[in-house]
Write a protein that binds this ligand. Structure first.
Ligand SMILES: *[C@@H]1O[C@H](CO)[C@@H](O)[C@H](O)[C@H]1NC(C)=O
Ligand SMILES: *[C@@H]1O[C@H](CO)[C@@H](O)[C@H](O)[C@H]1NC(C)=O
Ligand SMILES: *[C@@H]1O[C@H](CO)[C@@H](O)[C@H](O)[C@H]1NC(C)=O
Ligand SMILES: *[C@@H]1O[C@H](CO)[C@@H](O)[C@H](O)[C@H]1NC(C)=O
Length: 286
C-alpha cells in the first residue's frame, strides 16, 4: 500500500476544499438584474449596484445597459422584449433563478416581463418607486413634455401616435377610463382588466414569484401620488378591483409580499439612499 501519511493528509485537504467549494456554491447569492427608469443614464443606478456588491460580496449584478435617455420613452412592449432578452440570457446561465430590481418605469417593464415570459425564473421582484397603478400627475408629465397638462394630455396619449411613448402606455386618467381601456396598449393588458383580452397565463406567471417587494413613499414628488394614481380620491391597493378580483395575482401573492412605505425620500433618491437599500432591498436578495 503506497498511501503514506502525507498523501492521506493531502487527500483529506483536497476533499475538504471540494466540500467547501460546494458549500459556497450553495450559499451563493442569486444574480441581480437591475432595470432603470425614465431618462436614466448608463451609470444612474451604479450606486445601488455597488452597495449590494459591498454587502453581498460575490453577487453577480447586471445594470442592464439598454434604452437610456430619450430611448427610455420607447413603447413598453419593446422594452419588455429588450430587457427580457437580457434577463433570459442571465437566467439561462443561472437556472436557479434571478432577482429583478426595477426602478420607476422599469418596475412596470419588469412586471410585463414576469407576466409574459413563462420561462423566466424570477425569485424576488423589487418594485422601487414604480407607478404600478399607472400615472396621472403633472410633475411626472413635465419631466417628459414640459408644456403638457394632465387634464388634457389624454387627447394625445390615447391615440395611436401617442401610444408610441412609454408614458402614454401607462397613463391612467381616472376621468377617461373608457378611452384608457380602449387605446392604452400596455397597462390595462398586464393588469388583465380588458375582458376580451384576459390572459390567465399572466397571473400564473406572476404567481411563480417567490417574493414581491413594493417600495414607495409619500415624499416621492414624482410618482404622484405615491400610491401611483393622482386623483381627488386615491384608492388603497386592497380596495382596487385589480386586487379584489385578483386579476394578475396581487391578492394571491399577498403572503409573499412585503410593502415598505418610507417617508422622506424624493423620487431620485431611492436608489441612492443607503438606509433604503440596506433595509428594504438587500435582505430580500438571497
Ligand atoms: C427556478 O429556481 C428554483 C430555485 O430557486 C428551482 O428550484 C427551480 O427548479 C427553477 N425552475 C426552473 C423552471 O428552472
Ligand atoms: C397569453 O400570453 C402568453 C404569454 O405572453 C402568450 O404566449 C399567449 O399567446 C397569450 N394567450 C392569448 C390567448 O392571447
Ligand atoms: C399563502 O397564500 C396561499 C393562497 O393564497 C396559501 O395557499 C398558502 O398556504 C399561504 N402561505 C402562508 C405561509 O400563509
Ligand atoms: C433616506 O431614507 C430615510 C428613510 O429610510 C429618510 O429618512 C432620509 O431622509 C433619506 N435621505 C435622503 C437623502 O433621501
Amino acid at each position: 500500500m503506497g498511501l503514506d501519511c502525507a498523501s492521506v493528509i493531502y487527500l483529506l485537504c483536497f476533499l475538504l476544499v471540494i466540500v467547501n467549494a460546494q458549500r459556497s456554491a450553495d450559499r451563493a447569492y442569486k444574480p441581480v438584474v437591475i432595470v432603470h427608469g425614465i431618462w436614466d443614464k448608463r451609470t444612474s443606478l451604479d450606486f445601488m449596484a455597488n452597495r449590494i456588491r459591498e454587502v453581498h460580496p460575490g453577487t453577480s449584478i447586471t445594470v442592464v445597459d439598454l434604452l437610456h435617455g430619450t430611448s427610455s420613452l420607447a413603447p413598453m412592449w419593446e422594452q419588455v422584449e429588450a430587457f427580457g432578452a437580457v434577463a433570459r440570457q442571465i437566467n439561462t446561465e443561472n437556472p436557479n433563478g434571478i432577482h429583478l430590481l426595477c426602478y420607476s418605469q422599469g418596475g412596470l417593464v419588469c412586471r410585463g416581463m414576469i407576466e409574459t415570459l413563462s420561462d423566466l425564473n424570477v425569485s424576488t421582484f423589487v418594485s422601487l418607486s414604480s407607478p404600478q397603478g399607472g400615472q396621472y400627475g403633472d410633475s411626472f408629465l413635465r419631466l417628459i413634455f414640459h408644456k403638457a397638462v394632465k387634464k388634457t394630455v389624454h387627447r394625445i396619449f390615447y391615440t395611436s401616435p401617442g401610444q408610441r411613448y412609454s408614458v402614454a402606455n401607462y397613463w391612467n386618467d381616472p376621468h377617461h377610463q373608457a378611452s384608457y381601456i380602449k387605446h392604452s396598449k400596455y397597462l390595462p393588458y398586464i393588469d388583465n382588466v380588458i375582458p376580451e383580452a384576459t390572459n390567465e397565463s399572466y397571473r400564473t406567471n406572476f404567481l411563480r414569484l417567490n417574493k414581491l417587494v413594493l417600495i414607495g413613499g409619500p415624499d416621492d414628488g414624482v410618482i404622484t401620488p405615491w400610491q401611483s394614481r393622482e386623483d381627488e380620491s386615491v384608492e388603497n391597493m386592497e380596495d382596487r378591483d385589480i386586487y379584489k378580483q385578483d386579476l394578475f395575482g396581487l391578492m394571491s401573492i399577498q403572503n409573499r409580499t412585503k410593502i415598505y412605505t418610507v417617508e422622506g425620500v424624493y423620487h431620485h433618491q431611492w436608489h441612492q439612499n443607503i438606509s433604503v437599500i440596506d433595509t428594504c432591498i438587500i435582505p430580500h436578495l438571497d
